[in-house]
Design a binder for this molecule. Structure first.
Ligand code: FAD
Ligand code: FES
Length: 286
């Protein structure tokens, strides 16, 4: 993690109120992994003291370019839209723990709700680069808010659901998951908390629905990976990227905690933002 200055290269409104910005930040672009985020300071004299967290939407080590995709919701995100190419921002990152893909897995299911696409977008690039097959299920309120397919790698299968039925499946994106659960080796999701909680319930019943036997202890001592470790997350069928209001984003203020099933509060900025779905106590996480 480091403090860096990044130069804005391109800024455009890709959907109503949603912006895609590209920054030149070579160290970040080469050191970041999918699922991590940056903490960005809005202008020096704007009166906004706290930095704002954004997922790393893409990172290209060859060009040194990283992108963020954000929706304008308040003063900070509004301030970013007034930046022009050549302007510089001050950012901290990469922060948090990334998604963990089991190296043996070939079929990855990504599930995004609205702006949650920014949380899983970079994983699509990493997976394609590593020769994996990717299906992205994307849910939005209506066709107006559907992420443009032109911004995705050609190699992925892209399936859309809209709440009002104006494009793709009429209903929630979670309705589509059962059709893919046998195909997928692992699933990764980012979006509103109710969507993530629904996916966690689906994932919890998957083994039983598919009739997959629970494997016994393996030869070599049957070592159990500690909860929250990268190895344990790698074995989870579903990993989720959580969003929580943040203060420091470096683990000091405890402003971002969610409750885990073990009863130990987890800091989204340090232990997360990516968790195995079974680590989160969904009924009383907040
Ligand atoms: C790990 C992480 C990744 C995120 N990635 C993205 C992304 O890729 N794209 C995107 O559009 N949004 C993302 N968000 C949410 C984004 O940070 C907030 O929308 C943004 O901070 C709002 O700032 P604002 O000044 O416009 O709004 P205001 O409501 O004026 O913000 C006031 C304060 O509240 C905090 N805050 C408000 N809403 C949120 C929120 N939902 N999450 C965290 N802090 C919040 C801000 O940091 C700020 O300190 C992410 C949040 C987290 C925690
Ligand atoms: S935001 Fe301060 S501990 Fe996570």
């Amino acid at each position: 993690m480091r403090l860096d200055a990044a130069e804005l290269v391109e800024s455009r409104e890709i959907l109503p109120g949603q912006w895609l910005q590209a920054y030149h930040a070579p160290d970040l672009a080469s050191g970041a992994r999918a699922g991590q985020f940056i903490h960005v300071r809005p202008g020096d004299f704007s009166g906004m003291i706290l930095r704002r967290p954004f997922s790393l939407n893409t990172a290209d080590a060859a060009t040194g370019i990283v992108t963020i995709h954000f929706r304008v919701v308040g003063r900070g995100t509004e301030w970013f839209t007034h930046l022009r190419p050549g302007d510089r921002i001050d950012l901290l990152g990469p922060l948090g723990r990334p998604f963990e893909v089991d190296p043996r897995n070939r079929h990855l299911l990504l599930v995004a709700g609205g702006l949650g696409i920014a949380g899983v977008r970079m994983l699509a690039d990493e997976a394609i680069r590593d020769g994996r097959q990717v299906t992205l299920l994307f849910g939005a309120a209506s066709a107006r808010e559907v992420y443009p397919s032109s911004l995705l790698p050609d190699e992925i299968e892209y399936i859309v659901a809209t709440d009002d039925g104006s494009l793709g499946h009429h209903g929630y994106v979670t309705d589509l998951v059962l059709d893919y659960e046998a195909w997928a080796d692992q699933a990764f999701a980012c979006g509103p908390a109710p969507m993530l909680a629904a996916l966690a319930r689906i994932a919890a019943g998957r083994r039983e629905r598919l009739g997959v036997a629970k494997l016994g202890r393996k030869r070599g001592g049957g070592k159990v990976d500690p909860v929250g470790s990268p190895a344990a997350r790698r074995k989870a069928f579903l990993q989720v990227s959580m969003e929580q209001n943040m203060g420091c984003a470096v683990g000091a203020c405890l402003g971002c905690v969610v409750m885990s099933t073990s009863g130990v509060p987890q800091r989204v900025c340090r232990e997360g933002p990516v968790f195995a779905a079974e680590e989160i106590a969904w009924e009383n996480a907040w």
